[in-house]
Design a protein around this ligand. Structure first.
Ligand code: GRF
Length: 206
């Protein structure tokens, strides 16, 4: 096995989680390199940050493909050029086919802005406020074919305050995302995070 692990990060927009991962990889000197940042939208602001860091960027525009299958096949071909050990979905706003997900089984992570299994899907902060929960948060999980349902690696909880709006709540959650996502990826690249029979196992440091 290569000593340096290749990470490919998929984004659709702002890319603040991707930035947090890039910064942590640099400052903590992970045994890994960010091999590429790939977006399904050419106008994703995060692409500029990645390019400035000297990270290869690619755009695979979903509108260019007639079906999910053909889009996912093109995306997979683009990703696999970089021989990824890990694919990290970081605000990647596309539903993925089972074939694509199976191809990266055990080596694809996602960050979701809720305490799963509560509030899968979109508008999680609105869902949390509407449900009246007192705690909300974020989850890093392995990706499986069922949307937002994979084995959980890391979670962080935040309080929901009485005067919260979607905006204030999302900012509080995002600050935690930027902590737990790099932490999970670091475990993975250190070889300490594995899936055994669909359960997450974290090994002690060597
Ligand atoms: C994050 O809240 C992430 O959890 C969700 O979409 C948002 C993306 O933010 N899936 P960013 O692009 O990482 O800034």
């Amino acid at each position: 096995m290569r000593a340096m692990k290749n990470i490919v990060i998929l984004i659709s927009g702002r890319g603040s989680n991707m930035e947090a991962i890039v910064h942590a990889a640099q400052s903590e000197q992970w045994p890994a390199k960010i091999a590429a940042v790939i977006s399904n939208r050419a106008d994703a602001p995060g692409l500029r940050f990645a390019a400035k860091q000297g990270i290869p960027t690619n755009v695979v525009t979903h509108q260019d493909y007639p079906t999910r299958d053909t889009f996912d096949a093109a995306l997979q071909a683009t990703i696999d050029q970089y021989q990824p050990d890990l694919v990290a979905l970081a605000g990647f706003m596309r539903i993925l086919t089972s074939a694509f997900v199976e191809h990266y089984s055990g080596r694809m992570l996602n960050i979701h802005p809720s305490l799963l299994p509560s509030f899968p899907g979109l508008a999680t902060h609105r869902q949390a406020l509407a449900a009246g929960v007192r705690v909300h948060g974020a989850t890093v999980h392995f990706v499986t074919p069922t949307l937002d349902h994979g084995p959980i690696v890391e979670q962080a909880a935040v309080p929901v305050l009485s005067n919260d709006t979607e905006d204030t709540l999302s900012q509080r959650v995002l600050a935690q995302e930027h902590i737990i996502y790099p932490r999970a990826i670091r475990l993975f690249v250190e070889g300490r995070l594995t899936l055994e029979n669909g359960m997450v196992r974290v090994l002690d440091p060597a």
